[in-house]
Design a binder for this molecule. Structure first.
Ligand code: GLU
Length: 383
């Protein structure tokens, strides 16, 4: 069997989500704040569009990189962030995760190194390993609000580093990179001749400040692959629709890879995504912001430390002061699920042990319940 897979774990975000789900099905009272998944249903108009499409015969193979009208729509939508890729520079894939893997595979050769800024999303390192590459972890500090210092980035790059992955708004920290920081990173990428994979899945969920894509800086369009998806922005996690936007030579290879691996993503989903581009999501945005404000004020009042998240829908909570009572944060997360009924993801899944990630894409009622339960945890474990 494959030796690389033998070395990498199952996705921790999915493991904990499935564990919590199973406990709920067994009748346990668990508040599930694990996977980042909006609790809203997909907008009706989007569901309707898929249904109508199927009735009209949209049940066959399509262009393996995605139907033309969806790629045109995505290309137009990206322009609202100043991101300039033509329809023929877009490939529609089975979620952001698949688009990311396609990009990594196309941009690397086995033995290359790929730089990742930690804490980082759960699947980056595993995907890098599957591609036969080495990951270089560039650390950020809680004390510096998890923003990378350009100097630290430089220090970690080697001649073997071919790709840098950045993720703003960030999962799990909620950090939103400023224009100035992105400009610095762009300068480094150009100087070191790096490709940048810019995971912008939370682009439309910035509550303070605004989203900037690194692809918009001079000289960056031609060395950036932008990854995005409909999952978080349109409550469409289960539909599996993401995409890459990249210069034509890269897109051609991504399209080739996908033509051998999956062909097109399912046909009605593509029509649903096309409709989603016209749907107003500001109510969901307002609700997420309300939840962010609510849970952060609760957690602060109780006495937790965290960096106030500016985007996405996670709070990355510092549990280091309580770690003396636990072997590791996996044991801590298990304890909080079983004894306190709150399911969250251990920070080690994001290569930042001693933290727990809470997703606040859940109702205020659930968040209220979680805060009360976590207060009980603190009463028991605070020294
Ligand atoms: N991206 C989400 C998260 O970080 C969904 C789970 C996953 O795909 O890993 O929770």
């Amino acid at each position: 069997m494959n030796r690389t897979l033998g070395r990498i774990p199952f996705s921790e975000t999915l493991k904990y989500t499935q564990l919590a789900q199973k406990m709920i099905e067994q009748g346990k009272d668990i508040v599930r704040l694990t996977a980042g998944e909006p609790d809203f249903n997909t907008p009706d108009a989007v569901i309707e569009a898929a249904y109508v499409a199927m009735k009209k015969g949209m049940t066959k193979y399509t262009n393996s990189s995605g139907i033309e009208d969806l790629r045109v729509g995505i290309s137009k939508m990206l322009q609202k962030y100043g991101v300039q890729y033509k329809p023929e520079e877009i490939v529609v894939s089975n979620g952001g995760k698949h688009a990311l893997f396609n990009a990594l595979y196309v941009l690397t050769n086995p033995g290359d190194s790929v730089a990742v800024i930690t804490p980082d999303w759960v699947s980056y390192l595993s995907q890098i390993a599957i591609c036969g590459c080495q990951a270089v972890k560039i650390p950020t500090l809680f004390e510096e609000d998890f923003y990378p210092s350009p100097q630290t980035i430089r220090e970690h790059l080697t001649p073997e580093t071919k790709v840098l992955i950045i993720n703003s708004p960030n999962n799990p920290t909620g950090a939103v990179y400023s224009k100035e920081l992105l400009e610095e990173i762009a300068r480094i990428a150009i100087e070191k001749d790096l490709w940048v994979i810019s995971d912008e899945v939370y682009a439309n969920l910035v509550y303070d400040g605004e989203h900037t894509s690194i692809s918009t800086f001079p000289g960056m369009r031609e060395r950036t692959v932008v990854i995005n998806a409909f999952s978080k922005s349109h409550a469409m996690t289960g539909w599996r629709c993401g995409y890459s936007a990249a210069p034509v030579a890269v897109t051609k290879e991504i399209g080739k890879l996908q033509s051998h691996m999956t062909s097109n993503i399912n046909a009605p989903t593509q029509k649903a995504a096309l409709k989603a581009l016209d749907v107003d999501t500001h109510e969901m945005f307002d609700e997420f912001k309300k939840r962010r404000d609510f849970i952060c004020s609760q957690l602060k009042q109780i006495g937790f430390s965290f960096v106030y998240p500016k985007g996405a829908f996670y709070v990355f909570m510092d549990f280091n002061p309580y770690m003396a009572s636990f072997k590791d944060d996996d044991e801590l997360a298990q304890k909080i699920i079983t004894d306190f009924g709150v399911a969250m993801i251990p920070g080690s899944a994001f290569h930042a042990p001693g933290f727990l990630r809470m997703s606040y894409a859940s109702s205020i009622e659930d968040l209220k319940k979680a805060a009360a339960r976590l207060e009980r945890f603190l009463r028991e474990y605070r020294r």
